[in-house]
Design a protein around this ligand. Structure first.
Ligand code: SF4
Length: 196
C-alpha cells in the first residue's frame, strides 16, 4: 500500500469515527451529523457568507440536501432567517440560542475532545497544522473557494479595533475578523478553517 492509499484509509477511518460519535451525541438534540455541520458552519460564517449558497459551497453538498437541512434546522428552532436588507431575494441565516446550546454540547464531539486531551501541546498543534496543509492542498487542487478566516485575508485592512474590508469597503468589528468568509483571499500563511 502506498502513502496516498494509506492517507485515504486513515481519513476514512477518522471521518467514520468522528461522524459516528457526532451521530450519537447529536441524537439528544435530534440532529444528524450533516445538520450539525451546517449549523456549525452558519455559526462561524461572516455576513457575506451566511446564505444557503455559501453553505452548499463550503460543505460541498447538493442544493437539495442543504435546502432540506435548513428546513429541519428552522423547524426545530436552531436557526432563523431574515431577508437581506439590500436584496430581499437573499435570505441571511443565523444560529439561535437553542442552536448555540446544541453546538456547545456536540461540537467538537466528545470523542474528539478526549483525543485532544491525549495528544495535547505540540503534538496536537502539529496534527492540526498537517490537517490544515492537506485541506489547503485539496481545496487548491479542486479549485474550491478557500473560506478562510477574515483576519488572514489580503483584503483585511487596518489593525485591531479598526479593521475594514478592502473588497467591500465596509468596516469590520474585531469579532467579525474571527469568522470565515467566502470572499477570502489568502494573505500568506493562513488557516483554512480558522483557529478560534
Ligand atoms: S477582508 Fe476578506 S475575509 Fe474579511 S470580509 Fe473582506 S473579503 Fe471577506
Amino acid at each position: 500500500m502506498n502513502d496516498v492509499e494509506l492517507m485515504g484509509l486513515l481519513i476514512d477511518r477518522v471521518a467514520g469515527l468522528v461522524r459516528s460519535d457526532a451521530r450519537r451525541v447529536g441524537a439528544k438534540y435530534q440532529l444528524q451529523p450533516v445538520q450539525l455541520e451546517v449549523l456549525d458552519y452558519i455559526r462561524r460564517a461572516n455576513r457575506y457568507s451566511d446564505t444557503a449558497t455559501a453553505v452548499t459551497e463550503y460543505l460541498g453538498l447538493t442544493k437539495g440536501t442543504v435546502s432540506q437541512t435548513l428546513k429541519v434546522l428552522l423547524s426545530r428552532g436552531y436557526i432563523k432567517k431574515r431577508a437581506d436588507s439590500d436584496d430581499k431575494r437573499v435570505s441571511r441565516l443565523k444560529v439561535t440560542p437553542a442552536g448555540l446550546k446544541a453546538l456547545r454540547a456536540c461540537r467538537p464531539s466528545p470523542l474528539l475532545k478526549k483525543a485532544g486531551k491525549l495528544l495535547e501541546g505540540d503534538e496536537l498543534e502539529t496534527t492540526v497544522d498537517r490537517l490544515s496543509d492537506l485541506l489547503q492542498v485539496l481545496q487548491e487542487t479542486n479549485n474550491d473557494r478557500s473560506f478562510g478566516q477574515c483576519v488572514n485575508c489580503v483584503h483585511n485592512m487596518g489593525k485591531r479595533g479598526d479593521h475594514w474590508c478592502g473588497l467591500t469597503r465596509e468596516p469590520l468589528s474585531d469579532p467579525e475578523t474571527e469568522l470565515i468568509c467566502r470572499e477570502f483571499t489568502a494573505r500568506e500563511q493562513w488557516h483554512p478553517i480558522g483557529k478560534h
